[in-house]
Design a protein around this ligand. Sequence first.
Ligand code: 4NP
Length: 151
Amino acid sequence: MKKTKILMVCLGNICRSPLAEGILRQKLDPKRFSVHSAGTGGWHVGDPPDQRSIDIASQKGLDISNQKAQQFKLEFFDEFDLIYAMDQSNFNDLQSLARNSVDQEKLHLLLDALFPGEDADVPDPYYGGPSGFVNIYDLIDRACEVISSQL
Ligand code: 4NP
């Protein structure tokens, strides 16, 4: 059977979506699902996750240090079955790239799983301190728990 392919998307693909990739992957059966991530921006292509994301993941027993940032490409709409944006701005950027209704229907806001209809964002932690990373880990983990239980 073909695996369901899931893509987590944020702006830089170094803080939030690498955590989302690692967290959701850990909750799903690898024989049935594959989880990847990308950024709408290209500034960090090829970089490992931000050290603060690596650190909070490591404190939770998750190793995300081998990930490499990539920029979202149009063909990802063909490759992936489900695409989760970390915030409304990422969602709007992806929506403006969508070529048709099939692409559009693949797009979801991650925290809709946790707070349906509230349009809640995983806040961008890049310019903040380490506590922002504790907060986003918790939000992403809770949302991924709901998503994994529904898949
Ligand atoms: P991310 O955080 O979207 O969660 O990976 C950011 C990382 C880098 C930048 C912005 C947000 N940046 O402007 O370089």
